[in-house]
Design a protein around this ligand. Sequence first.
Ligand code: FE2
Length: 422
Amino acid sequence: MLITNANLPDGRTGIDLLVQGGRIAALGPKLPAPAGVETVDAAGQLLSPPFVDAHFHMDATLSYGLPRVNRSGTLLEGIALWGELKPQLTQEALVERALQYCDWAVAKGLLSIRSHVDVCDDRLLAVEALLHVRERVRPYLDLQLVAFPQDGLLRSPTALANLKRALDKGVDVVGGIPHFERTMADGAESVRILCELAAERGLRVDMHCDESDDPHSRHVETLAFHTQRLGLHGRVTGSHLTSMHSMDNYYVSKLLPLMAEAQLHAVANPLINITLQGRHDSYPKRRGMTRVPELLAAGVNVAFGHDCVMDPWYSLGSADMLEVAAMGLHVAQMTSQAQMRACFDAVTVNAARVLGRPAELAVGAPADFVLLQAADPVEAIRLRATRLLVVRGGRVLARTPAATAALSLPERPASVDWRVQR
Ligand code: FE2
């Protein structure tokens, strides 16, 4: 396959990309077309690395309304509701919902997902189901699993043993939820135990960390401390970090360099943070998303995750990482040209770095890419651009017709698309 005349996210235009043996064989202007190769004219549209979701819950997805809807819409009712649903889960239903979500993902060009999987069920039903799904989807989607003690590592009596069993079965990453432990001290202790476990086993770490509006929550500081103490630099992610929104500015000025020193990755989940945080506020209501521009300026790799789609915590979503990027852009007021492009990176290359996967389109890399009906990353976010072509390992996985509408207006064109004609 030869893609011609594409724009790249870094601003290069008129670029051709040649695929051979499932890899990118050449990338540059005006490549010669080898005989017998299918040629796709990108016509000045954006050829992007695939979308990557750095934070998701595939065991809960598409369960909206089971066994009932979340009446208050709060995080805590969501956790209680998930507790009600867990005993009713079957492996078949978990697998079927996860596979359906992966179909949605592929159609939207979302080809790598890091999913947390709840290990606070002694049957490890969800772990078994998602390990099965990871293998089923391997030919077309990279699913990375995090052992997540939803009910608290120390608060739930069997969580640590279950988490180790999940890792023994092949779950990839060590998870945690320190702010949900009974005390701040227990939270800090859970971070120590989990980081040491990851260091022993040579694994990465990704914790739900400080997912609250508590300005005094300090678990990300502890996470950064144990990361540097154990030499886990670059392998540890703090997810949510919503308390940073409410922290004292002086304290944050100390915290950011500590996070950068430990090479922590940060994941904000804009759709969920903006809906779940600030629930105890009257007006003004806090937005609750972590300090994305400040983290980026401090040199921390920041990705955006979807977190939830149609589950006990969130009743919307469609595996569209451009919707996630758009919300992150708005909530963080990242409206300069460079900041808007950074929001696109947060759902592509930055998120790939969180997973420890190859990120950029480059010669020798797997031929994984998405052709978007947009000229550049900002237009892609603005339009939630149609994924015209989704390719993995040189194989076309999905095609979507270009978005257009037929017009019946006097003295106007017969059709419209939403790109600005230049
Ligand atoms: Fe989460």
